[in-house]
Design a protein around this ligand. Structure first.
Ligand SMILES: NC(=O)C1=CN([C@@H]2O[C@H](COP(=O)(O)OP(=O)(O)OC[C@H]3O[C@@H](n4cnc5c(N)ncnc54)[C@H](O)[C@@H]3O)[C@@H](O)[C@H]2O)C=CC1
Ligand SMILES: CC(=O)C(C)=O
Length: 260
């Protein structure tokens, strides 16, 4: 193993994951850009952006709902980039539906992508950190919906509450190995996910496209929509030595929507 630092970011082909990958590259990490195979073109674009920053990067295809694919992605990152220090369990999906209408299949799908993935990421990263003798950092995507249940996002809220619980448990279980486990809780971020939420909310409440997003943004104290880069700054902190004494935390990065 060399003395470079390596981070793997899931769902890094676009949106928040892409911004995290670029921020960590700017921080000096070599990056494994993980995403579904259909996102390869976008992910390869992120790889090129990272290389332009003077860091190494690879694309690894991984469906985070599949345990063996998450373990294989971590192995590929460590083998091809020469170390393993940080995992960002960022990939996730939203579902916009009243709880009464959520099907068993939909519930299983959102839990397998948003919750099982976090467990698999923790398991794969912890095993690799122990193998390499590293005090690594595990960082997962929660949400404001992990702190407060949001109507019409019921299954999504439940999945993010679960990420919060898993973060608290893993932090305590892995603390003896010097591994920290934290999560970031964004608010309303202008990505493909909110395009979908706005579209589905319009279908449900009849408001014109863009209106639901506008009303949600108006509730943000700092008065503007969140950018992926706003989120990436918090992940950069969690990955840095400045956060060595921080574990088990879910940090709101929402411009002032919820207060704890
Ligand atoms: N956009 C927002 O307002 C907020 C987003 N979040 C969370 O932040 C994370 C990233 O969200 P966005 O960038 O907004 O979403 P996005 O929809 O723009 O990007 C998600 C990425 O994850 C990938 N992905 C989806 N399913 C996957 C799977 N099974 N395996 C591997 N990759 C998969 C997609 O291909 C895509 O590249 C998610 O966990 C989301 O729940 C949390 C709070 C607010
Ligand atoms: C997508 C998301 O987490 C919310 C609550 O907007």
């Amino acid at each position: 193993m060399s003395d470079n630092k390596v981070a793997l970011v899931t769902g890094a082909g676009q949106g928040i994951g892409r911004a995290i990958a670029l921020k960590l590259a700017n921080d000096g990490y070599d990056i494994a850009v993980a995403d579904l195979s259909f996102q390869e073109e976008k992910a390869q674009g992120v790889v090129q952006e990272i290389e332009a920053l003077g860091r190494k990067a690879i694309f690894v295809t991984a469906d985070v709902s599949k345990r063996d694919e998450v373990f294989a992605a971590v192995d590929a990152a460590a083998t091809q980039l020469g170390s393993f220090d940080v995992i960002v369990n960022n990939a996730g999906i939203a579902q916009v539906k009243p709880l009464e209408e959520v099907t068993e299949e939909e519930l299983n799908k959102i839990f397998s992508i948003n919750v099982n993935s976090a467990v698999f990421g923790i398991q794969a990263a912890a095993a690799k950190f122990k193998e390499l003798g590293k005090k690594g950092k595990i960082i997962s995507a929660a949400s404001i919906a992990a702190i407060k249940g949001f109507p019409i996002l019921g299954a999504y809220s439940a999945s993010k509450f679960a990420v919060r619980g898993i973060t608290q448990v893993a932090a305590q279980e892995l603390a003896p190995f010097g591994i920290t486990v934290n999560a970031y809780a964004p608010g309303i971020v202008g990505t493909g996910m909110w395009d979908l939420i706005d579209e589905k909310l319009s279908e449900i409440n009849g408001k014109p496209r863009g209106q639901n997003l506008k009303e949600n943004v108006e509730s943000i104290s700092l008065g503007r929509i969140e950018t992926p880069e706003d989120v990436a700054g918090v992940v950069s902190f969690f990955a840095s030595p400045n956060a060595d004494y921080v574990t088990g935390q879910v940090l709101l990065v929402d411009g002032g929507m919820l207060y704890n």
